[in-house]
Design a protein around this ligand. Structure first.
Ligand code: ZN
Ligand code: ZN
Length: 251
């Protein structure tokens, strides 16, 4: 797949001090997609064909429910349900085959079994699909900026990325780079990632030490105080505190 650079949002995100500027980008895009869907996109036939097919994941159903446009959500959910009912009639109407080699297991443990088909439908999500495409383009842009712009490289060095976005950067490195460039980028990414993780590990240790009676009366450093929140946001992507905050809405 060919990716295009999208430099300005990436440069803006990397001006912020946080565990992962790519998480900030993702939260803003996610919010933008939800805005777009609920304001007018749900009336566009092309969009409805997609949302009828996939529906949304639990995170995005919950985020849309928090907004005021219940009619948009109701219309999308209604036509998705109609399509889902038709497909469930087929999926659940087909008797599961017994696996002759494993008599104690039924087709339900097979990847293409009926429960697996239902679960695949639950996990599918139009917003996740759109976000995934955009974040791949941003990850490609981050890689190119690290390789081509020394000032961006030193900026990235100061923050690094959360583990989910580190994995995404590696994905894009494998997909788009080769030879010397790939070696250079991946070795840089490894150094930055491990350096940041060692730092958090050490701050977490300091945090735990304040509960030792021998350190009674010793005030923990700010880095130690922030270490649990920083560690969780680094390990799982922005999930806690200001880093996970979504833009405020009046609706
Ligand atoms: Zn992230
Ligand atoms: Zn989703």
């Amino acid at each position: 797949m060919k990716y295009t650079l999208d430099t300005i949002p990436v440069l803006d995100a990397f001006k912020q001090d946080c565990q992962c500027p790519m998480c900030r980008l993702q939260i803003l895009c996610e919010d933008g997609y939800i805005d777009g869907l609920l304001s007018s996109a749900y009336m566009e036939p092309e969009c409805r064909v997609r949302t009828n097919k996939t529906g949304f994941c639990s995170r995005h159903y919950a985020q849309m429910y928090e907004r005021r446009n219940r009619l948009g959500l109701a219309l999308m959910t209604h036509t998705h349900l109609q399509e889902l009912i038709r497909s469930l009639e087929e999926t659940m109407g087909t008797p599961a085959k017994k696996n002759s080699r494993l008599p104690f297991f039924t087709a339900s443990v097979q990847e293409d079994g009926r429960p697996a088909k239902i679960r695949a439908g639950i996990d599918a999500c139009d917003i996740c699909d759109q976000l995934d495409k955009t974040m791949r383009r941003y990850a490609f842009t981050v890689i190119r900026l690290v390789l081509d712009k020394p000032e961006f490289k030193s900026r990235f060095e100061k923050t690094g990325a959360c583990l989910p976005h580190t994995a995404l950067l590696l994905d894009l490195s494998e997909e788009t780079l080769s030879g010397r460039e790939r070696e250079t980028f991946e070795s840089f990414l490894k150094d930055v990632t491990l350096h940041r993780l060692h730092e958090i590990e050490s701050n977490l240790y300091d945090f735990t030490q304040q509960f030792d009676y021998r350190n009674a009366g010793v005030a923990p450093t700010q880095a130690a105080r922030d270490s649990v929140e920083h560690a969780l946001n680094r390990l799982a992507g922005a999930i806690i505190g200001d880093e996970a905050a979504r833009p405020a809405h009046n609706d």
